[in-house]
Design a protein around this ligand. Structure first.
Ligand code: MN
Length: 290
């Protein structure tokens, strides 16, 4: 199943390039009262809601996917987890280009640990990335995005993929500079997820997917998730040994070589095998006072 949020937070079921409005299915969500449980309520109830989403989609309005405004397919993640230096050739370019990247490569992933991006940075592909500091370098990182489906703590690597609700294309955008990663990767709109969520039953092996990013038609990043140094199972097991994962939490699983700069006016075209493709415009943000 492929689900999206579109226009003014309508729920959509995507089939063959058509978005079927399935918003009526949301009436089947359990009634919660304050304090709400952590995490994304739709993702937490996705298995139970599936037949209701299918039924609502049969009755709902239909739109060509290119005619809707695609928002992030997860509305309320408690956290976005980043995986640093997770492709060997990206490690090499990070080591070689320290002057360009201005932050220092500081050892393998197992020493650096995972990092967090603010959940408020998340946008969908139609919203695009807004460059807030045009005098600094903003870089693209295309990554496989994994969305956690259930509360997960201390899971074994062997069982970790059962905790994944689905997958999407992720962009872990970053401003280069000396500050902490969590600061430079948390600007509003610097986390993109889209074009929709593909449920995990449709992805046989997340460890063998081609991924690619082109800027204005020029291919910059091209690899396969089999090139990851730490695979998704280990990422989930390691993350969940430090903190509990909740439904809707997003893991951006690391980027491959070919990281480069984007500027307002550019369009990033991203593809991941068995998921799809999305075009993400780069825009100018309102000028900052700092
Ligand atoms: Mn990254």
């Amino acid at each position: 199943m492929r689900i999206c949020w579109f226009n003014e937070h309508r729920l959509g079921l995507v089939r063959d390039g058509i978005v079927h409005d399935a918003t009526d299915a949301l009436t089947q969500l359990p009634r919660y009262s304050y304090p709400f449980p952590p995490g994304d309520l739709l993702i937490a109830n996705l298995d139970r809601l599936r037949p209701h989403i299918e039924a609502a989609a049969e009755r709902g309005e239909r739109h060509a996917i290119e005619d809707v405004r695609l928002l992030a397919p997860v509305a309320n993640p408690t956290k976005i987890i980043g995986v640093p230096v997770n492709y060997r050739k990206h490690v090499q370019e990070a080591e070689a280009a320290q002057e360009v990247f201005t932050n220092h490569y500081s050892g393998p992933i197992i020493e650096q640990g995972l990092f967090l991006k603010a959940s408020t940075c998340l946008v969908g592909c139609s919203e695009g990335v807004s460059v807030r500091f045009p005098d600094r370098r903003t870089d693209h990182e295309v990554e496989l995005g994994a969305v956690i489906g259930r509360k997960t703590a201390n899971v074994e690597a062997a069982d970790a993929l059962a905790c994944v609700a689905g997958y999407a294309i992720a962009l872990d955008m970053v401003v280069r500079g000396p500050e902490d990663r969590s600061f430079r990767k948390s600007l509003d709109s610097y986390g993109v997820l889209g074009p929709y969520l593909v449920t995990s039953d449709e992805i046989e092996n997340p460890g063998n997917l081609n991924l690619q990013l082109a800027v204005n038609g020029e291919v910059r990043q091209s690899s396969n998730t089999s090139q990851m140094l730490m695979g998704l199972r280990q990422q989930i097991a390691w993350a969940s040994s430090f903190y509990t994962l909740y439904p809707g939490d997003i893991i951006m699983t690391g980027t491959c070589e070919g990281v480069g700069q984007v500027n307002p006016g550019d369009v990033m075209s991203c593809q991941i095998e068995h998921i799809g493709q999305m075009d993400v415009p780069v825009r100018s943000a309102a000028p900052s006072r700092h």
